[in-house]
Design a protein around this ligand. Structure first.
Ligand code: BES
Ligand code: MN
Ligand code: MN
Length: 462
């Protein structure tokens, strides 16, 4: 019988080439100019699932981009694994910072990836990681080693907040029934330090608009007497953190989960080198909430960050003007028990309350979602841990991530099952940034680890 290592060795080039073809499709969900490409990526995923041995694969229409659904049932008495992933990608800009075009994948070596990495938008987030599951499925079906039932749900709107997936999940509870949900859309500590993500942060994303005078004004004739919306907006934003980098919105921390000293000590055991962290980012120092380590600041603590700010004259040269309006996009990363809709409301009330009478303020909520934490004593976590133990020769470290996959908490709520986050990316893979990449070693290691998860999950479910 073929071992997964032997199978990967034989089919390695094809596995890489198929992923490269998928990465050539610019499936940017945020930009409607790419609509046909997003739809094309859905078709490509459908074909790949058919080729991987699914019994049925369908393209499920939604009000937005479709969800590709596939399944293979071998015995209704056996457990069912539901795999979730996304075929849409982030916009690639700023384009001039890419060393090769984002949708013309190339393989190059890096310090972290001496065996090469595929450079392309979506290589790691999430086409590369999603496709590991398709190839693991191919291995299991073609060598008769699929130990349980499988369902795939691959969406095309994750990067824009999954507006239609929630509706799909609510309306298809029976179809999506499963014993565990498996997702590869996160990262791990390092190639020689495997880890399993046990937490995700929630998110509240808002846009704010500050309006001063009803038209742009000459900054000499009116300056000093009229509120400048940009001055006001920046001052309001600056006031959202105090001198300890604590967020000042009343009630913001009320529901934040407080970890015990033991839990914090346990977390602090995960390997982390502050100098390497600073060097990798070319920063002289880290910056954040007083009283917490860097790892804590990006996992168990909530944050507030301006993601974009604009207004006034930003063209070449100088223009003396007081703009009528100023804008900012703000994200708040949340931790378990904070409710994203409540936080959005608290933000709105506070932001409106701190505005001087001289301006008007409008807060527009975008999207959001709840955070997630998963216990490590579940069958799913134990199966994943054993799979990593076999594939990496090391016990994986449980680690909470700072990123968000809002749909995970909805899965728990609607489908009543736990999600296991087996991510194989590295923080340095530059997801959402120019020059995103995914290690060839990581891609193949993922394909090797996934069938082991199925095997152990089926065994432990007996
Ligand atoms: N795959 C990421 C989330 C992620 C990456 C979690 C790495 C943990 C480690 C996902 O595609 C993503 O980008 N999510 C967005 C939120 C979404 C609502 C747009 C995020 O975290 O900003
Ligand atoms: Mn993703
Ligand atoms: Mn993403």
């Amino acid at each position: 019988m073929d071992t997964v290592q032997a199978y990967i060795k034989t089919h390695k080039d094809r596995f890489l080439n198929e992923l490269i073809e998928l990465l050539k499709i610019p499936s940017i969900s945020a930009d409607s100019a790419y609509k046909n490409d997003v739809l094309k990526a859905a078709e490509a995923v459908k074909t790949s699932l058919e080729n991987a041995g699914c019994d049925t694969v369908e393209i499920c229409k939604t009000d937005g981009y479709p969800i590709v659904y596939g399944e293979k049932t071998i015995d209704p008495n056996l457990p069912t694994v539901l795999v979730y992933g996304h075929y849409d990608v982030q916009p690639p800009d700023p384009l001039d910072l890419w060393h090769s075009p984002p949708f013309e994948p190339v393989i190059k070596t890096t310090n972290k990836h001496p065996e090469g990495a595929i450079f392309a938008r979506g290589a790691c987030d999430d086409k590369g990681q999603m496709y590991m599951h398709v190839k693991a499925m191919e291995f299991m079906t073609s060598t008769n080693q699929l130990p349980c039932n499988v369902k795939f749900m691959i969406e095309g709107e994750e990067e824009v907040g999954s507006p239609n997936l929630a509706i799909f999940v609510k309306n298809n509870q029976d179809k999506l029934k499963n014993d565990v949900i498996l997702i590869s859309d996160t990262g791990m500590i390092a190639n020689d330090t495997p880890s399993i993500t046990t937490g995700l942060r929630g998110l509240s994303y808002v846009e704010v608009e500050v309006t001063g005078p009803n038209r742009d004004l000459h900054s000499g004739l009116y300056g000093g007497a009229v509120a400048n919306p940009i001055n006001v907006l920046t001052k309001m934003i600056a006031s959202l953190h105090d001198e300890n980098n604590h967020i000042t919105i009343p009630g913001f921390y009320d529901k934040v989960e407080v970890l015990s000293d033991e839990e914090r000590a346990e977390m602090a055991k995960a390997p982390f080198n502050l100098d390497n962290y600073k060097n990798a980012l070319d920063i002289a120092d880290v910056y954040g909430e007083t009283g917490y380590s860097t790892n804590e600041r990006t996992s168990i603590r909530p944050t507030l960050d301006v993601n974009g700010i604009w207004g006034g004259y930003t063209g070449e040269g100088a223009k003396t003007v007081i703009a009528s309006k100023a804008y900012a996009k703000i994200s708040m990363r949340l931790v378990p028990h904070q409710d994203w809709e409540e936080i959005t409301q608290l933000f709105q009330t506070h932001f409106e309350s701190i505005a001087p009478k001289a301006v008007k303020v409008k807060v527009t909520p975008h999207h959001g979602g709840q955070g997630y934490v998963t216990p490590i004593d579940s069958i799913g976590y134990q199966a994943a841990s054993k799979a990593y133990q076999d594939a990496f020769g090391k016990t994986p470290i449980p680690q909470r991530s700072g990123g968000s996959i809002p749909i995970v908490s909805l899965f728990e709520q609607e489908l009543k099952s736990k999600t296991i986050l087996m991510g194989f990316g590295l923080d340095s893979d530059a997801i959402h940034s120019p020059n995103e990449h995914f290690g060839v070693w990581n891609y193949l290691k993922g394909i090797e680890t996934i069938p082991l998860f199925y095997k152990y999950f089926t065994e432990l479910s007996k």
